[in-house]
Write a protein that binds this ligand. Sequence first.
Ligand code: HEM
Length: 451
Amino acid sequence: MEHQSDLPLYRPAAPIPPQYNTRGVSWFQYLKQGANPLKVWNDRMYHQPVYMVPLGPVKIFHINDPDITEQVLQDKAGRFIRSRIQADSVDTILGKGLLAVDGDEWKEQRRILAPVFQPRQVAAFEDEMRKSTQKLIAKWTEKPPKRPIDIIKPTSQLTLDFIANALFGGLSEDNHNLLSNKTDQGLKRMPWLTAAQLINPFKSINRRMSELTFRRQISLLDELAEDFVDRYRRDPGQFENSLLARVVEAQEAEGRSVDKTFVRDQTATFLLAGHETTGKALAFTLYCLSVDKARRTKLVTELDREGENSVYLDYVIKEALRLYPPAVIVSRDTTEEMMLGDREVPKGSTVMISPWLSQRNTQLWEQSDKFWPERWGSEVLKGSRRYSYLPFGGGPRVCIGMGLALMEMKIMLAALLQSFTFDHMEDRPVEPEVAVTLGSKTGIWMKITHR
Ligand code: HEM
């Protein structure tokens, strides 16, 4: 095995799955656990291929089997639509961006937007990724944080800094700060609609209110996108390195005039789908490495030798995304009755695939809850087994920003780890929870020291 190691294995923080009697999971348990599914999902859901959770009038089928997952996301994809749960929670915000549309409209958008995320385009943003990281490194070098800090904040700020600059090809400092603050404040209010909220009217009202507040917070996006299109029309040449310029060009390549609403909705989508996910993935990777200090030393030694090209860095990122997938649930609704495994699934049911559960499936993953990057030196996920590892989803709706996010993680982690040592404060344990994306209820508190 490449990178074979005799180093001991550690189990980074995760709730111990409760063991329930035959009645299984109920909405009452969701309510009791503050709607955090990680505390509700029981031990059987970590290996049972299909597990039905009756939440009042709604039937939710949890899938934890690579063959059935492949059927849902790939083979029978046309027989599903985005789930009501997902649609309700993001549509007001994302308008008709790629994440929020279905059917023929989705097909057309995906075709138009595919060239924007091709590897050659992603490579054009590598310097912007380095620039954003160096800004943070310079800040911490000039004024080292005296006390431990919750690392989720600076890593999310870092990815926001990058994606905002990449979208607009650079923003004025004022607009940049304004956008960062508004997105940050807005995201704090962004509603996370859990299954339990479907049947809780009070939560639903609360959610609608937070949606409105969120929409107000990010109305700045409408102005920025509109202004971008106007400036692009006047002088397209000034936007050589801009994701939005690629979006406009992709539209023009179709022989269409530029649609400002389309540009605005994709801006909101890329900003929101792209920055918090990647920011939290960075934070959890630094956390895993500080739980397992011997592997951190091993990685930093390789980084000093090989920089961003380190193979071990790839393994570490893959493993951190396995244990802490930022998108915890991928869900769909059935448009017709069908069999999934040995279960009859009625039309209109919600099917949930959780990367958290699949990637911790006790039948498929050896040492499923341990941080073991070396596994990726031998682990080849062949055929449908690939559908047991899906931090970026799978099938035709697989994350369009996957290549960009992985490149970002590589470049940012390599630079941060070469400059600083991140030590987790053990007296402030991490408590994974789902809040739009995977986070920690207690934060991820780190002492940061210059190497
Ligand atoms: C570590 C970082 C990221 C993770 C874990 C992640 C995860 C995911 C997942 C699981 C899906 C599939 C959702 C589904 O099937 O319902 C998805 C879709 C999507 N992601 Fe990402 N994502 C990340 C970064 C990004 C970035 C950087 C961007 C863009 C700048 C992005 C844009 C999108 C979009 C637009 C979709 C919808 C694709 C479609 O429906 O065709 N994501 N992402």
